[in-house]
Design a protein around this ligand. Structure first.
Ligand code: 4AD
Length: 503
């Protein structure tokens, strides 16, 4: 078959009435005897292709009819605009070439368990949901680079094999570096700090590694982080940079991925509200909120809503189970089975939330000034807001050695976490850095770190030290928040989690 007229599905808008060739994989097929309805995906979209018996050789028609899901093929035909069809166009097929007929593709349109899909991640990447998430990831990463490049930041590539502890000693991945112990980077921050003294405004962007023993929906052991660092900046200006940056990312996703967001069921109306200014709370305000009456009332109301939701889901499940036992067509049975899997997963999640609610309420009520905010505390504060929230000025003893002590209150540091709204939680951590040599040396000692390995970092405070600061945004957490995905493992092509690395 000639490749001359080959177009991508995303370009069909320019091909109405013309004969073109599509090259792709069979996503779904349906037959009504004399007509085949083949939905093809080619990486840029989906298109329904209609094959009528008699319009192509009979033998080819029969071969197409027998084709299994994910067979690869090329189809030639005339393009028609068709509002009701997936993607808005259809192809009336006049010729076909089968490239690799496939049988028994393991991932069928019905629902599968998470474990099965992660084991088959190399194939699951082709599914429509993962495809949408991958496209959004692409936009998020492009927006990150664009924002910094367009605002005068210089990209600095920082090492992955490092000699220093960047965040904390408990979550290091050790590397045997020709007999010397080293570790994988938890952050590029300390290195970009030195580059900021050369270029003024810099950022690093790459994978980071944490051997955190956390199996939560927010933790990966390998995740991507972007870390800007700016010389001569104070905390208010750093918060402004962060809110402009996050708003830009969200705006880019809204502009480029609206249909992906719709497919994923993301909360587009809430994303449209993500514009500066974000909320600003101090850590002390956050503690007052957590331990106050407003939180008690909020959590009690939430428990009520969850119980209503549970009852509604249970009655829908009962309804479907009755329907399933009746005399119904196979396609309807499959549809009900798929809905039941979704509903049961949703019910399990609601039950977990109902179980956790009193524990989280107790943790919040008993929270005492001085502790770091836990996942459930962040969730509560984030659920109470409709836009991201900066929480600033955490207790010094709960935070990393490099954060600058607040000159007005030596119990707290000039730092912030940015919590995404509606219960998602932290997506950014950042701070102004301690720029005083002796204070920094003392903090390194207090945290039990070896000052020798930080000599070069301390040099930055000897030679032209300036106020400076920066932050780190976690890419997968940002994607999970924007898309509404419950677990960040879906937001990276090949996730690495504490309990399992699949492929
Ligand atoms: O708050 P963190 O630990 O900050 C730093 O690493 C600083 N050195 C950044 C800086 O100031 N340059 O991590 C920053 C962000 C978190 O807010 C979160 O989004 C993400 O990195 N993150 C993780 N994402 C997925 N899995 C994990 N285990 C993560 N740990 C942190």
């Amino acid at each position: 078959m000639s490749n001359n007229n080959k177009v991508y599905i995303s370009e069909l808008t320019n091909s109405v009435g013309k004969e073109v060739t599509l090259a792709g994989w069979l996503y779904q097929a349906r037959s009504s005897g004399k007509v085949l309805f083949l939905i093809i995906r080619d990486g840029t979209g989906l298109c329904q292709c209609i094959v009528e018996k008699g319009k192509i050789p009979d033998e080819l028609f029969e071969q197409l009819k027998r084709l299994g899901q994910e067979s690869s093929l090329m189809l030639t035909g005339t393009v028609r605009a068709e509002q009701r069809s997936v993607g808005g166009y259809e192809l009336s097929v006049t010729n076909a070439e089968i490239i690799c007929p496939t049988e028994g593709y393991p991932i069928t349109p019905k629902s599968h368990g998470v474990d099965f899909l992660l084991k088959n991640r190399h194939l699951h990447l082709r599914s429509h949901r993962q495809w949408c998430i991958g496209r959004i990831r692409h936009t998020v990463i492009d927006a990150i680079r664009r924002f910094f490049n367009d605002n005068g930041f210089i990209l600095i590539d920082t090492p992955i094999i490092t000699t220093i502890v960047g965040e904390d000693q408990q979550s290091l991945f050790e590397v045997d570096y020709f007999g010397s112990p080293m570790h994988l980077a938890q952050t590029g921050q300390l290195y970009v700090e030195s580059a900021a003294m050369s270029y003024g405004k810099v950022y690093c962007f790459g994978p980071t590694f944490r051997a955190e023993k956390s199996k939560t929906r927010r933790h990966l052991t390998e995740f991507w982080m972007v870390e800007p660092e700016v010389a001569f900046i104070d905390l208010p200006a750093l918060l402004e940079l962060a809110e402009n940056f996050v708003s830009f990312i969200v705006a880019q996703v809204l502009q480029n991925n609206r249909s992906d967001l719709e497919t994923l069921g993301s909360d587009i109306a809430s994303l449209e509200k993500i514009t500066p200014p974000f909320y600003r709370l101090t850590y002390t305000d956050a503690v007052d909120i957590l331990t106050g009456q407003k939180t008690k009332d909020f959590l009690a109301e939430q428990l009520n809503d969850l119980q209503t939701q549970k009852q509604q889901t249970e009655s829908r499940i009962a309804e479907l189970e009755t329907e399933q036992t009746g005399q119904i067509k196979q396609w309807k049975k499959d549809k009900i089975a798929a809905e039941l899997i979704e509903l049961c997963a949703g019910l399990a999640e609601t039950n977990t939330k109902i179980e956790n609610n009193p524990r989280h309420a107790a943790l919040a009520a008993e929270f005492r000034w001085g502790k770091d905010l836990g996942g459930s505390d962040e969730t509560i504060i984030s659920q109470m807001h409709d836009k991201p929230i900066f929480v600033t000025h955490y207790p010094k003893r709960a935070k990393a050695f490099y954060m600058k002590t607040d000159p007005k209150n030596d119990k707290v540091v000039e730092n912030f976490d940015l919590l995404a709204p509606a219960g998602f939680g932290e997506i950014i951590g950042g701070s102004i850095r301690e720029d005083d040599h002796d204070l920094l040396l003392r903090r390194i000692g207090e945290q039990g770190l070896n000052p020798e390995t930080y000599n070069w970092y301390l040099d930055l405070r000897k030679y032209g030290s300036v106020p400076h600061g920066g932050f780190g945004l976690g890419v997968e957490r940002t994607i999970a928040w924007v898309t509404g995905e419950k677990h960040i493992r879906q937001c990276i092509p090949f996730p690495r989690m504490m309990d399992k690395v699949y492929i």
